[in-house]
Design a protein around this ligand. Structure first.
Ligand code: AMP
Length: 232
């Protein structure tokens, strides 16, 4: 949805754009949409891979599992942990919640960090650093980058996180306009007018894409069924 909207907003065909979409909410991921097709995403076999999220660790050294089990046994909290319990910790108790010890909600993290909570600040720093790096990965995957799109709860609402994420990405021709970035929840371009590549804020509408894809599949099924009836 957001990559097509980005093409519409830029007045260019999606078939000639390389777009990095950053869906940053409770769940978070990036996607490289090259010439209208998704060719790479930060998620892996499960959503556990990639960016850290509200309660998910994101990509992490797989050997951490042994460390978690050892620590837990040391703390006598669990005598034995199985794979499900380790995954439960990585999925439900890690990420922003685990690092900050405060909350999985970015509004709480920003408030706590403003009051001097170092772990809340660390969680924000880790998140932004990893998103910045992923945007670099998107550029590498697509052989360049024409636009970055921010969407979902954090991407649509937090000007400060967007600014922090874009710091240092000027070398990719992405110049954030601080005044244009001072906005929430509406479709708009937030890069400077002279930015070679563009940064956009686009509220997501995943339900619309699901509905359109479903309608298309039903139509295709009905056409195939009608063709088969004709043959008989
Ligand atoms: P989503 O999963 O897309 O509904 O996004 C939920 C996340 O967006 C939560 O972590 C919220 O804290 C975050 N969020 C919503 N509004 C804001 C805001 N104004 N500033 C920072 N984060 C926000």
């Amino acid at each position: 949805y957001v990559s097509q909207r980005a093409a519409d907003m830029l007045g260019r065909p999606i078939e000639e754009l390389r777009i990095a979409t950053c869906h940053l909410g409770n769940g978070a991921s990036t996607c490289s949409v090259k010439f209208g097709k998704s060719i790479d995403t930060s998620m892996g076999f499960t959503p556990q891979d990639g960016l850290p999220m509200g309660t998910r660790a994101g990509a992490i050294d797989a050997a951490i599992t042994e460390y978690i089990v050892d620590q837990r046994e040391f703390l006598a909290e669990h005598e034995h942990m199985d794979a499900h319990e380790v995954i439960n910790i990585l999925n439900k108790k890690s990420g922003m919640l685990g690092i900050s010890g405060v909350s999985s909600d970015f509004r709480d993290l920003e408030a706590a960090a403003a009051e001097g909570n170092e772990r809340a600040q660390l969680a924000i720093d880790v998140f932004c650093y990893k998103v910045t790096k992923r945007i670099g990965s998107c550029a590498a995957a697509m052989g360049g980058l024409d636009a970055v799109v921010f969407t979902a709860g954090v991407g649509e609402n937090s000007a400060s996180l967007r600014a922090k994420i874009m710091e240092g990405l000027e070398f990719l021709g992405l110049k954030l306009d601080p005044e244009k970035n001072n906005v929430r929840g509406k479709e708009t371009i937030i890069s400077t007018d002279d930015s070679p590549n563009k940064i956009l804020l686009i509220p997501t509408n995943e339900e619309l894409v699901i509905a359109l894809d479903t309608a298309r599949l039903v139509r295709e099924y009905e056409n195939a069924a009608a063709a088969s009836d004709d043959e008989q």
